[in-house]
Design a protein around this ligand. Sequence first.
Ligand SMILES: NC(=O)c1ccc[n+]([C@@H]2O[C@H](COP(=O)([O-])OP(=O)(O)OC[C@H]3O[C@@H](n4cnc5c(N)ncnc54)[C@H](O)[C@@H]3O)[C@@H](O)[C@H]2O)c1
Length: 252
Amino acid sequence: MRLTNKKAIVTGGAGGIGRASSLALAAEGASVAVVDLNIEAAEGVAAEIREAGGVALAVAADVSDEQDIERVVATVLAEFGGVDVVFNNAGIIRRTTAVETTVEEWDRVFGVNVRSIFLMCKHVVPVMESAGGGSIINTGSGWGLKGGGRALSYCASKGAVVNMTRALAIDHGPAGIRVNSVNPGDVNTGMLRDEARQLAQDTSSFLAEAADRPLRRMGEPEEVAQAVVWLASDESSYVTGSAMVVDGGGIA
Ligand SMILES: NC(=O)c1ccc[n+]([C@@H]2O[C@H](COP(=O)([O-])OP(=O)(O)OC[C@H]3O[C@@H](n4cnc5c(N)ncnc54)[C@H](O)[C@@H]3O)[C@@H](O)[C@H]2O)c1
């Protein structure tokens, strides 16, 4: 197993990519704190991990809130005794143009997608520094690299995730902390169905459009999870500041 004795935090751990990644990290031996606004679903993921023989804990938190982040880190330290891996994955999307977006929606998207990563790093980097290192993985998006239609706040926030990942890698590399982003294309999760609803589009035609890429299908959450496991593990020991793309070829 590639993550024996590692302690991991996964935000948005109850959702599609977060759940698959929590299960995959645990299957490689990591103890996993499943963090989500939706505590019932997070408890469900933690129970799945335990049923498979792993170690897990569910923590309710709004990742945009500093007190919640401080409580998450304190809880994980108390329960697991350290933090080696953080997957900053919680995210939301609003399918609106500049004209359609309210200031409140803009701030909420940035709070959940960007401020959350700043806050988690603010409180977890000192823990990793004192332990001699760690691996932080942030979920960007293909749309953070190339842009996309009618999702201005989301594209801006994911562009910020990609570049803050590079800045974090520069700042904390000397302490042995690696920071990378994983950038999915369209992945078969609740978020895609939420987008179809927001755009008032038929779900099956929306999903069919999402599959229009060289590999001729959407991604599955488990395929993103394998990239997360690799970035979390020592197999990626010389990789930091990178923007890994997992998109079926959609971005090229
Ligand atoms: N699904 C895709 O096609 C796709 C593509 C590119 C990037 N992404 C990114 O992947 C990440 C995971 O998305 P997903 O597709 O699994 O979506 P999802 O909606 O299935 O999961 C998102 C999870 O985040 C949680 N969450 C939302 N706001 C939160 C908050 N304030 N605090 C704590 N938890 C919160 C939700 O409860 C949910 O469990 C997101 O950052 C998303 O932007 C997804």
